[in-house]
Write a protein that binds this ligand. Structure first.
Ligand code: PXP
Length: 242
């Protein structure tokens, strides 16, 4: 199975928001990324609007006939916006105001769980594919299945941040195991977070993985190489790992 590459363009918008200017335009970034081999364009509308804005989502929806993937928290306001914009995919993620980036997968217990289940139903009702961003644990993958999600996106942060071959191997095995369970439960398998050019290879070999969502490392590299080169190099690594 060929793996799709989702390129997260949040940090193009981060740069624009630093001066509240019109450049660099995330829509232009999306066009360049697609031309360079990105299969999906990913972005995260946050409660604090620190990078992409609702207007960007509207523009992306007009521009992209397919492959628009938006990360949202399960807060009612966000779910309403998602249902209105109708991207091809919504990935529900946890979100806290003080975090620098998403910190791990959704929690399966407590009030958040009920809100997630409701959000999945609301988004699916209007024809959006829904994935849940989860840690590579059986309980979380089962939650996604029980809530009626179409896919899980496994959080690769612990793998990416692990130091030493042994620890990295252990984290990779957790991802593989969670992936097998997701496939058994007929969930589409996605993965992402903190992946870069040096650590993505083994992840791209996880059986049944259909999509990798990568942002920061691609946008960081693009400062020196240009976005086209940064995307096409990542795509090459992923494709050749299979
Ligand atoms: N997947 C999810 C659910 C995320 O929240 C993020 C960060 O926005 C990513 C993938 C991309 O992570 P990174 O920017 O570290 O590649």
């Amino acid at each position: 199975m060929a793996i799709k590459l989702g390129v997260n363009i949040d940090h193009v918008a981060t740069l624009r928001q630093a001066r509240r200017e019109v450049d660099p335009d995330p829509l232009v970034a999306a066009r360049v990324a697609r031309q360079a081999g990105a299969d999906l364009i990913v972005c995260h509308l946050r409660a604090d609007r620190r990078h992409v804005q609702e207007e960007d989502l509207k523009g992306l929806r007009k521009m992209l006939k397919s492959g628009m993937h938006v990360e949202l928290s399960s807060a009612p306001e966000m779910v309403r916006i998602g249902a209105k914009i109708k991207p091809d995919w919504v990935c529900l993620v946890p979100e806290t105001p003080t975090e620098i980036t998403t910190e791990g997968g959704l929690q399966v217990k407590g009030a958040q769980a009920g809100r997630i289940e409701k959000a999945v139903k609301q988004l699916k009702r209007v024809g959006i594919g829904v994935s849940l961003f989860v840690d590579p644990e059986a309980i979380s993958v089962r939650m996604a299945h029980n809530f009626g999600a179409d896919a899980v996106e496994l959080c690769t942060a612990s793998y990416a941040k692990s130091v030493g071959k042994h620890k990295q191997r252990t984290e990779l095995e957790k991802l593989e195991l969670a992936g097998y369970l997701a496939t058994e439960l007929k969930l589409e398998l996605h993965a992402g977070h903190a992946l870069d050019y040096s650590n993505v290879g083994p992840i791209a070999q996880i059986p049944n993985l259909s999509c990798l969502n990568i942002g920061f490392s691609i946008i960081a590299r693009s400062v020196f190489t240009g976005l086209k080169g940064a995307v096409s190099e990542m795509k090459k690594i992923i494709v050749s790992a299979r």
